[in-house]
Design a protein around this ligand. Structure first.
Ligand code: GTP
Length: 347
């Protein structure tokens, strides 16, 4: 199953930089050396077995934009699953940016009326009052997007916001995300874990997370097969107070709300609301260091801290799983054993 993702926006808005961070594991500091994209650069990334992302990075210089909107219109805008439009928050030519955006939206409506649209207000690191600026831009962009639902994110290559936006975007393309979440929940229960998180291998974007919420009837009906209980870790006592975890990404978020403070009653471990995107960002940086300085690729990680332990290990050819436990009696070796036993179910 191939999903076409269009990455569009004015020249210099940061499209190739984000692509090189997310898909090529390059550090933000190297993006200043990137040249302008000539016409369209295509990438294929295999996500979870059959799902292939076909990313079209469309160079944003005026001559290219004009050609996408005239002679190449049908080629560019047909069969699109998602359009990601990037706006430089400090752009000097806002009127022209908006004009091109409106034209692209018209073409998208004509050739791929089902496509989802994500707008990234990018280079947010250059702005002082991020929340106010993002809200202002969001209003402006929603107003320009008549007749189409858009999701707006503030992003920067210098922090985890880029991972948050891209994880949500990719999540909308995964057909069986609800089923994955339920399997992860079963794994979490078998391990008495606080939380289990599934990452895509190359990008380290979050694909799905375990959730304490019971599956809805509608979600249950599309189940491919349910995961039988796994053997519990040898030292794991029955738990009666597992932490409810954050629900996995809601399907239809139009304005990402400011992150809520964790509520001490429902979240006894005070899980950080930005933990997923921070983990993606940190592991990517660690991966880069391993390959650059040690010339090796890491395969698994274990952390034992005073309050919790975590294991990160390969689950399938295209995914990594992270299990977080707050129970000090559970051995990380038992978690790794359970990951090994769960592999077959996720392949
Ligand atoms: P075209 O290929 O011409 O369409 O441009 P582009 O949109 O691909 O822009 P590119 O990724 O080449 O980025 C242009 C410049 O923006 C580079 O010097 C990047 O380092 C810089 N840049 C990218 N993202 C960010 C960001 O989040 N913050 C800041 N401050 N600079 C960024």
């Amino acid at each position: 199953m191939k999903k076409k993702v269009l990455l569009m926006g004015a020249s210099g808005s940061g499209k190739t930089s984000m692509r090189s961070l997310i898909f090529s594991n390059n550090p933000a500091s190297l993006t200043a050396r990137l040249g302008a994209t000539i016409d369209v650069e295509q990438n294929h990334v295999r996500f979870l077995g059959d799902l292939i992302l076909n990313l079209w990075d469309c160079g944003g210089q005026d001559a290219f934009m004009d050609s996408y909107l005239s002679t190449q219109r049908a080629t560019i805008f047909s069969h699109v699953g998602v359009m990601i439009y990037v706006f430089d928050v400090e752009s000097r030519d806002r009127a022209k940016d908006l004009e091109y955006y409106r034209d692209c939206l018209e073409a998208l409506k004509r050739f791929s009326s089902e496509a989802r649209v994500f707008l990234l207000v990018h280079k947010m690191d250059l702005v002082r009052d991020r929340a106010a600026e993002l809200e202002r831009k969001r209003r402006e962009l929603v107003k320009e997007s008549t007749g189409i639902g858009v999701t707006v994110f503030g992003t920067s290559i210098y922090d985890e916001s880029l991972y948050k936006a891209w994880s949500r975007i990719v999540h909308t393309l995964i057909p069986n995300a609800a089923v994955l979440s339920r399997h992860l929940t079963t794994l979490a229960e078998a391990c008495s874990a606080t939380e289990v998180i599934l990452f895509e291998r190359t990008t380290f974007l979050v694909i799905a997370t375990s959730t304490a919420a019971a599956p809805t009837e509608a979600a249950a009906s599309d189940s491919i097969s349910s995961l039988p209980p796994l053997p519990s870790p040898p030292k794991s006592p029955p738990k009666n107070a597992r932490s409810p975890t954050s629900p996995s990404f809601p399907e239809d978020i139009h304005d990402p709300e400011p992150e809520a403070e964790p509520d001490a009653e429902s979240d006894p471990h005070q899980l950080n609301p930005i933990r997923y995107e921070r983990t993606s960002e940190l592991i990517k940086a660690f991966k880069y260091s391993c390959s650059r300085f040690l010339r090796q690729e890491f395969h698994a990680l274990e952390m034992e801290l005073s309050e919790f332990s975590a294991v990160l290990d390969e689950l399938t050819k295209n995914t990594y799983v992270m299990i977080v436990v707050h129970d000090p009696t559970i051995e990380t070796a038992a978690l790794r054993l359970n990951i090994r036993l769960a592999r077959r179910k996720f392949e």
